[in-house]
Design a protein around this ligand. Structure first.
Ligand SMILES: C[S@@+](CC[C@H](N)C(=O)[O-])C[C@H]1O[C@@H](n2cnc3c(N)ncnc32)[C@H](O)[C@@H]1O
Length: 201
């Protein structure tokens, strides 16, 4: 049986709206932490011109690849192993990097690395989109996110809901401009960053 995430099933249509506005029709997208692959299957159906490269930690690759084989074989390339902290980042460039519900699972020191590596491999004018729950300058925006944060930290002290203000500042330092911070259902948000287009020569 394929791994399944109820959350991914619930949030995919809400995420598709903003993605449809920020992704060029023939974008090359790198997804970090694809998990069950449900988002990749859904978005590759919804955006047929887009090349969607799934990645995840080695331990999640068999399930992810099984979903690609069963549900996305004609549209999706094979998943790649990628640990954000490794040197295994693709050597080719992308028009967009997308990641959903990953920053609160990874230890916090992974976020600056994800931002820096994304800034490097994005084409000029490309964007980074990060979906998930966030708080602002340490202040929770909803009781449900506060409870979720507590449950994550109880499970593993390295996990926790991350701070949008801090992420935006770090992204800026790495050359990514804040483009949008959009509210989505269930107190989730999508943070969008843009790598400036190359200056005309
Ligand atoms: C809660 S799941 C989200 C999966 C999927 N994006 C979704 O929205 O359903 C978190 C994902 O982050 C991945 N992840 C955790 N640490 C990672 C790391 N260091 N590098 C890359 N992915 C990582 C996990 O393997 C897992 O697939």
């Amino acid at each position: 049986m394929l791994p399944f995430s109820e959350a991914a099933g619930r949030n995919q249509s809400a995420i598709a709206g903003p993605l449809s506005r920020i992704l060029p029709g023939a974008a090359r997208v790198l997804e970090i932490g694809s998990g069950t692959g449900q988002h990749a299957v859904y978005f590759s159906e919804r955006f047929p011109g887009v090349y969607w490269q799934c990645t995840d930690l080695a331990e999640n690759l068999p399930g992810l690849q099984a979903r690609i084989d069963q549900e996305g074989r004609t549209r999706l390339p094979d998943a790649l192993e990628l640990d954000v902290m490794s040197d295994g980042w693709p050597r080719v460039s992308f028009d967009a990097v997308f990641t959903a519900n990953t920053l609160h699972i990874m230890p916090w020191d992974h976020t600056p690395v994800l931002l820096a590596r994304s800034a490097t491999l994005l084409n000029p004018g490309g964007c980074l989109a990060i979906y998930g729950p966030f708080h602002d300058a340490g202040v929770h925006t909803a009781p449900s996110n506060e409870a979720f944060d507590r449950s994550l930290r109880a499970r593993n002290p390295a996990m926790g809901v991350r701070d949008a203000v801090q992420i935006q500042a770090l992204a800026n330092e790495r050359g990514l401009q804040v483009e949008a911070d959009l509210a989505l259902p269930a107190n989730n948000r999508i943070l969008v960053f843009r790598k400036p287009a190359a200056a005309p020569t």
